[in-house]
Design a protein around this ligand. Sequence first.
Ligand code: BG6
Length: 504
Amino acid sequence: MASKIVHEQPTIFIIFGATGDLAWRKLAPALYNLFVDKFMPHNFAIIGNARAKMTDEEFQGKMLEGVNQFSRNGKADKTLWKEFAQHISYQSSDVQDNASYKSFADFIEAFETKHKSKARVIYYLAVAPRFFPIIASKLAENNLATDPKTSRVVIEKPFGHDLESAKDLNVLLSTLFQEEQIYRIDHYLGKEPVQNIMAFRFANSILEPIWNRNYIEHVQISVTEQLGVENRGGYYEGAGAMRDMIQNHLLQLLCLVAMETPINFEADEIRNRKVDVLHAMRKFEPDDVQKYVVRGQYAKGWLEGEDVEGYRKEKGVDPQSNTETFAAVKFFVDNWRWQGVPFYVRSGKRMHQNTSTIIIQFKDVPHCVFPTQVTDNWQQNRLVISIQPEMSIRLQLQVKRPGLDMVLNTVDMLFNYKGTYKHGEPEAYETLLTDIMEGDQTLFMRGDQVEAAWELLMPILNAWGNRKSLSFPNYQAGSWGPELAEALIAQDGFHWFTLPFDNE
Ligand code: BG6
């Protein structure tokens, strides 16, 4: 996807929060891989900024550790790393301190003089959200992001804690920068199979006629994780599954499934179509929340043969915590295409498997011509988009099993990335960083999108905030979540499909 502009324009990355997890686990491997794959500009610099005192060499060492541990390509190549590391420096300072912004300005000026060209400067806010306003304000105050064509500000989630705070942040950012400079990250949008949803839907003419309420019975979107909250108890306590996963990643997946066909591939056109979906989604009344939404919190249990603690015993977590580590919702998209089609969405921590899947369940045949003994394994057609761990799209169909008798069973028409493509897929952050360099906002959240997502969820969050769950903890670590989540879907006659994909 990289174009000439990526190579020709000198680029500076200034990473705030450079000693944090994100910089170490995600940004270092992504930047290094882009360098190795020759997607970085010829002239670039990476400045890490954080409070901890560190030399350039120490910071480079930390980044190298990140690459060695988390890169999709394994350990860094010694020679290439040496070359790459020459572009990395570190500056220890407090984000409140004007002097640090002054030294960024000096750095940029010297860099531009050296390369005889205006630089593209990317300010990456890999920091806790409470620092967003101060860093953004200081960048503006110090005239560091005055040119919308060359300076970009990247903001990691969570973008706000609720509708009000998201609005406040949007207002602040819009007074300091142009929208075209603001890159709100939802890293799910950078995942290959997620990008493929649009290609799959809009580049294949056979799908559009059946992609609606006439043929689709229901949709399931599941993102389940075996991980608990690790070292993020402090953050997670104030977030929970609804804010951490559903508000952003899962709603974005839902939008990609439900959006209308865009008229072109322009960032704003695509983002408009996604906002349309959020606007069409039914807002719950307080009384609906119990009917359509389930929350859960994990108790101790067994996962992959290991005994794991309950959420309330995790580091940084209140022993009486009311934070949900699981959420399931039955959503509706009230428009012509989707009227009456339920979208079941669930996400949880410490679940039985790591899976991210979208399942489109088609309606049954209008009339079954086969006798019952032939159709023992009958299954309605199903399209399964697997985002992780497997990256695949499978269409499940009924066929006749070979043999003298007529017996039907379900088979998969499978597109699997592994078998189809030889080269490894870029990590989400590689795609996103390239797009930021190129100034392509398609895979980033626009301010109104974020607000629309919060608006949709506020009735649920308010209802939960007003009433503590008396049943927490209500699912065992290593299970598929609370029983009520099974009931949410079972009452409509369906069940959650899990890996390996069950061909019942
Ligand atoms: C993050 C959440 O946005 O996404 C984490 O804050 C979650 O809690 C992570 O673990 C999941 O991302 P992935 O790419 O591992 O599925």
